[in-house]
Design a protein around this ligand. Structure first.
Ligand code: RB5
Length: 148
């Protein structure tokens, strides 16, 4: 898969772990950073990554901040983005099966209940179920403001 990744200063180490795992699995990854703990505002990283994603050619985006919360809120302001904050294998599975997320967000300062790779693999290996879930996603899309 072709995957974009971006993080703020609150998730430098976990972002490195995500990158390393994706590369060992053979995914093509573009890292939009950051690699240091110098302050960077998570809305800026969310906008950078989602703007690149919407140019096309990407299968998934992964965003990280201290909690994953702020950067997921910011990403979900962008038309066409469905960013799911995932904490464990269950939320990773549902993010794909029910929400067909095109971005996932992870925390850099949160405790994971299982290996990070298990969470990522669960998301990547799960299929969208469609059906009633497509109807719900259409309702979410209808809530977006008109394109300017
Ligand atoms: C940055 O200190 C922190 O607020 C940010 O990484 C994130 O946790 C926000 O939701």
């Amino acid at each position: 898969m072709r995957i974009l990744i971006a993080n703020d200063h609150g998730a430098v180490e976990r972002s490195r772990e995500v990158l390393a795992w994706l590369r060992t699995q053979g995914h093509e990854v573009r890292d939009l950073g950051v690699a240091t703990e110098t302050r960077v505002d998570y809305p800026d990283k969310a906008l950078e990554a989602t703007t690149e994603f919407l140019k096309g050619g990407w299968d998934l985006g992964i965003l990280l901040c201290g909690t994953g919360i702020g950067i997921s809120i910011a990403a979900n302001k962008v038309r066409g983005i469905r960013c799911a904050l995932v904490h464990d294998k269950f939320t990773a599975e549902m993010a794909r099966a029910h929400n067909n997320a095109n971005f996932i967000a992870l925390g850099g300062r949160t405790e994971l209940p299982c290996p990070l790779g298990d969470i990522l693999a669960t998301f990547l290996d799960t299929a969208f179920e469609g059906g009633r879930h497509s109807e719900r996603l259409a309702k979410i899309a209808a809530m977006e403001p008109p394109a300017s």
